[in-house]
Design a protein around this ligand. Structure first.
Ligand SMILES: Nc1nc2c(c(=O)[nH]1)N[C@H]1C(S)=C(S)[C@@H](COP(=O)(O)O)O[C@H]1N2
Ligand SMILES: [Mo]
Length: 199
């Protein structure tokens, strides 16, 4: 009868369509940190990419701010079941860092000041899917949310978005990170509800 099929979600309100399975929307911005909050003075802050050939590339804070900056809007999803819609960030696409890096690594371990780590396939931080952000909602990122800079990978559960980022280690083999060795899923796709090992 000329009715256009809009898919399974066509009659649900927009909010439901944005919500992965098992999640609820929050208006707040909870803080989740596994350890103490490190404080890194900007004049000592460094971001270092280490390749699978042990070659390093480092950016100081001014050099990092000199890279192309992007504003982005994203929905974020925490494995503890809160999701927050339309969060606003400013930062540098991981692509911009990797542009000058010669690598054929398949994986990346993200390292944080304080010792936290998390692992991802390198494909998941390329092609405009991951950023190193330093502003949230127009203001410098607060320490509790990972300032001065954190990774943001909105298409995966938020434990992959390492706060207080200190660098990326590019590897040939996959090396499970802090939560991944403790039973969180190695990949963490919220749309497939990959919360824990075996999901
Ligand atoms: N360095 C570091 N990054 C981290 C964490 C952490 O404990 N340390 N926690 C992760 C988890 S489990 C979540 S849900 C998000 C929480 O980010 P938020 O505190 O800004 O909400 O940060 C992630 N990044
Ligand atoms: Mo989390």
């Amino acid at each position: 009868m000329g009715v256009t099929t809009r898919g399974f979600h066509g009659h649900e309100p927009p909010t439901t369509r944005k919500l992965p399975p098992g999640q609820h929307e929050t208006q707040g911005f909870p803080v989740l940190s596994a350890g103490p909050t490190p404080s890194i003075p900007l004049d000592r802050w460094q971001l270092t990419v280490t390749t699978e050939h042990a070659k390093t590339h480092s950016w100081s804070w001014p050099q990092f701010l000199g890279l192309p900056q992007e504003d982005l809007r994203a929905d974020i999803h925490c494995v503890t079941k809160w999701s927050k819609f339309d969060t606003l960030w400013r930062g540098v696409a991981v692509d911009a860092l990797l542009e000058s890096v010669d690598t054929s690594a398949a994986y990346v371990t993200v390292r944080s000041y304080g010792g936290y780590t998390t692992n991802l396939p390198i494909a998941d931080v390329r092609n405009g899917r991951a950023w190193i952000v330093h502003k949230y909602d127009g203001r410098p990122l607060t320490l509790e949310h990972g300032g001065p800079a954190r990774l943001l990978v909105p298409h995966l559960y938020l434990w992959k978005s390492a706060k207080w980022i200190s660098g990326l280690t590019l590897t040939t083999e996959d090396h499970p990170g802090f939560w991944e060795v403790l039973g969180y899923n190695n990949y963490g796709d919220p749309w497939r509800e990959q919360r824990y090992t075996g999901d």
